[in-house]
Design a protein around this ligand. Structure first.
Ligand code: AMP
Ligand code: MN
Ligand code: MN
Ligand code: MN
Length: 285
């Protein structure tokens, strides 16, 4: 077993989804920060990973990664997948379905925004921002800022796109159990992303993690940008009590978020359960 963990980041985004840096720039940024194990986890797409997989890694390990949008008890949750076979056909077909859902949802988001008085030109601009990847609410937020509808992306979420707002269109994302099974059947590990970011009580978080574990999920994120030390300790305790591995990543999207960067997140307190051990041993074998 590895005792000293290398520098790593198992959760960040590129222009293939709602990040603002292209995959190749993220790779340079990771090298500059001496990150040795990295997983690009774009929302519902492997486009960015496909661009990087044949690049020279200069001593680093690129782990196949993704962040799948799913539902648990009708709420949107994010399932990070790591270390799966990127050519698995069932996984690729599943992703094609998610892209279709995203495109249909984008049309619905725009109809709702227009009804709320937002300039129609926002749609074309949002689509142009998403040109290289899967369209999501952050593209609408950026377009609304550029068109002067709101003063910041945060304000766009607060007024129009955030949970319960008019642009938060409910669509039938696949259930969490399906996301977990598609990842595990592709030989990967399912990781419940940022459990404290779903506006749930800790009791609810515990039942979500329990359900996730029962359907084959093997790890939860315990450290990410913005987590408080006490929430981190709670999650590490929860992982231990349910015998789950732990994962961590910056969830970096943009250099405009000056408070975070690739490889930057509070170090997990306990290292024995870190998913990195499992990942590195599978890479070495
Ligand atoms: P989507 O995948 O289209 O549903 O959009 C979700 C993404 O929007 C998340 O992955 C974040 O990157 C971003 N996001 C969610 N909530 C906020 C918020 N309140 N402010 C800024 N960005 C947000
Ligand atoms: Mn995002
Ligand atoms: Mn997420
Ligand atoms: Mn993310």
């Amino acid at each position: 077993m590895v005792t000293d963990l290398p520098r790593y980041d198992l959760h960040f985004h590129s222009t293939a989804s709602d990040g603002v840096l292209p995959p190749a720039e993220l790779l340079d940024r990771a090298h500059a920060r001496d990150i040795k194990v990295l997983a690009l986890t774009d929302h519902d797409t492997l486009e960015g990973y496909d661009q990087l997989r044949h690049q020279p890694m200069r001593g680093a390990v690129l782990v196949p990664g993704i962040e799948l949008t799913a539902l648990w008890e009708g709420r949107v949750v994010h399932i990070v997948g790591l270390n799966f076979c990127p050519d698995n056909l069932a996984l690729r077909a599943y992703l094609a379905e998610l892209i279709r859902i995203r495109e249909e949802r984008a049309q619905k988001i725009m109809s709702r925004l227009i009804k709320a008085g937002v300039d129609e030109a926002v749609f074309e601009l949002a689509q142009s921002y998403a040109q290289e990847g899967t369209i999501g609410r952050p593209h609408f937020a950026r377009a609304m800022v550029a068109k002067g509808c709101v003063s910041s992306e945060q304000a766009a979420f607060k007024q129009y796109l955030g949970t319960g707002k008019t642009g938060d269109v409910k669509v039938s994302w696949p259930d969490m159990a399906r996301a977990v099974s598609v990842l595990t059947e592709a030989g990967g590990v399912a990781v419940l992303a940022h459990p404290t970011k779903y506006k749930m009580t800790f009791t609810k978080i515990r039942s979500m993690v329990q359900a996730f574990s029962e359907c084959g999920g093997e790890a939860i994120e315990v450290s990410y940008t913005g987590i408080t030390p006490s929430h981190q300790a709670d999650l590490e305790r929860l992982a231990r009590s349910m015998d789950l591995m732990t994962s961590a990543g910056s969830d970096f999207h943009s250099p405009g978020q000056g408070w975070t960067d690739i490889g930057k997140f509070p170090p997990p307190i306990s290292t024995e359960s870190n998913i990195l051990h499992a990942i590195l041993s599978s890479v070495r074998n």
